[in-house]
Each structure stands twice: as structure tokens, then as C-alpha cells.
Design a protein around this ligand. Structure first.
Ligand SMILES: N[C@@H](CCC(=O)N[C@@H](CS)C(=O)NCC(=O)O)C(=O)O
Length: 210
């Protein structure tokens, strides 16, 4: 098994944090996606989504989606569990992970892709395109992020972690949504104090250095 990774890439770091929290090690190959390595062979054929991370199994199967990679590794290494240990836990964690990803992380990601100069010509991940960066997408992403934190914040007044009392994959996803909010200079501490508390605590975990 081989994990194709790139240090600065948020999606790849999601998997590295997961591995650290689980105490698992996987042989890793660094692929510089800023330099276009994902468009060269054999990588372009291995992963038509042209993104990191992706996991190559010993039989040649490629899993190219961060959460799918984590789910696969969790099945091989069930404890400590980050996806839940029974039907209810698994459903609640999946619900939060999807909500965080769809309502927080992806709106923020598109806002970043449409505002940061480095992403000119690359507004769609894994795609070389002449689609222009759009200030309207940036604005909408920030608005969606505010709506998302408005829903998350009261929940975090009663819950230590995103999906309840225990750390889960949803915390790892939310770490990146809150990091981007911080990069957009959103006032988390003033407007969403429970989310700010959660982010401070999660940021102190050694896994976030992975
Ligand atoms: N949904 C995918 C997203 C992967 C993704 O967007 N990866 C980015 C780095 S954060 C990438 O490799 N981008 C390469 C590019 O846009 O050229 C996942 O979670 O694995």
C-alpha cells in the first residue's frame, strides 16, 4: 500500500492527521501537485481526478478521496475508532462529517480557490482551466461559512467534539473549515465562541503537526 501525499495540501493533511490520531503508518510518496506532477504518467492514469491524496493498494486499486481512504484504513485498524463503533455512532458521525464538508469546508475551499492568486487557472481542483476566479463565489462561500458556523456554534456549547463526546473524522474535516475561516479573518472568537474554543483545543493536538 502507498499513500500519495503533498505536504501543503489540505486534503492530504486530513489523511495525515487521521493516521496520526489512529497511530497508523503508511508508506508515503510526495507528489508536488503545485508543479503539475499529477498530470504526468503514471499518476494521471492512476488517478483521473488529478488530486492528492490517493492510496494505491497492493493489487493496483486506487482510492482517490480523503474520507474514502480514511474509511478503508479504519476498517483495517478499527481502534481507536474515528468513524463510530455502532450503527447510531456511525450515522451521527457521517451526518456531521457530511454537513461540515458540504456546508463549511467546500464553500470555504471554493472561496479560497477563487481569491488566492496561486489558484488562477486552477479554480476547480485537479483541473487546468481558463475559468476566471470569481469574486461572487468568494462572497457566497464566506456567507455559507457564516451560516454553517451559526448552526454549529450552539451545538458546540454542549458537545466537546463535533459529533458529540468523542473525537471523530468530523473534527478533522472541521479543523480545515475553521482554518480557512481564520484565513478569511472571520471573527470566530467574537461571533462563534464555542467554535473558537473547539478550534483552539483541536489545534493543540499533536496530530495537527502531521
Ligand atoms: N475531495 C478530494 C479533494 C482533493 C483535492 O482537492 N486535493 C487538492 C489539494 S488540497 C489537489 O490535489 N489539487 C491539485 C490541483 O488542484 O491541481 C479529497 O478530499 O481527497
Amino acid at each position: 500500500m502507498k499513500l500519495y501525499d503533498f505536504g501543503p495540501a489540505a486534503s492530504a493533511k486530513r489523511v495525515r492527521i487521521f493516521l496520526h490520531e489512529k497511530g497508523i503508518q503508511v508508506p508515503t510518496v510526495e507528489l508536488d501537485v503545485r508543479d503539475g506532477a499529477q498530470y504526468k504518467e503514471p499518476f494521471t492514469t492512476m488517478n483521473p481526478f488529478h488530486c492528492v491524496p490517493f492510496l494505491e493498494l497492493d493489487n493496483g486499486t486506487v482510492i482517490a478521496e480523503s474520507i474514502s481512504i480514511c474509511r478503508y484504513l479504519e476498517e483495517l485498524n478499527p481502534t481507536p475508532s474515528l468513524f463510530g463503533q455502532n450503527s447510531e455512532e456511525r450515522a451521527v458521525i457521517d451526518m456531521w462529517n457530511r454537513r461540515v464538508e458540504l456546508d463549511g469546508f467546500y464553500p470555504a475551499l471554493h472561496a479560497a480557490r477563487n481569491s488566492i492568486p496561486m489558484f488562477k487557472g486552477r479554480v476547480v481542483p485537479g483541473t487546468r482551466t481558463d475559468i476566471e476566479q470569481s469574486p461572487a463565489v468568494v462572497e457566497r462561500g464566506k456567507e455559507m461559512l457564516e451560516i454553517f458556523f451559526g448552526r454549529l456554534d450552539p451545538h458546540l456549547s454542549d458537545n466537546a467534539f463535533i459529533a458529540g463526546a468523542k473525537i471523530s473524522i468530523a473534527d478533522i474535516t472541521c479543523f480545515f473549515a475553521t482554518n480557512m475561516a481564520t484565513a478569511f479573518e472571520m471573527d470566530l472568537e467574537g461571533k462563534f465562541p464555542n467554535t473558537y474554543r473547539w478550534h483552539q483545543e483541536f489545534s493543540a493536538r499533536p496530530s495537527t503537526e502531521a
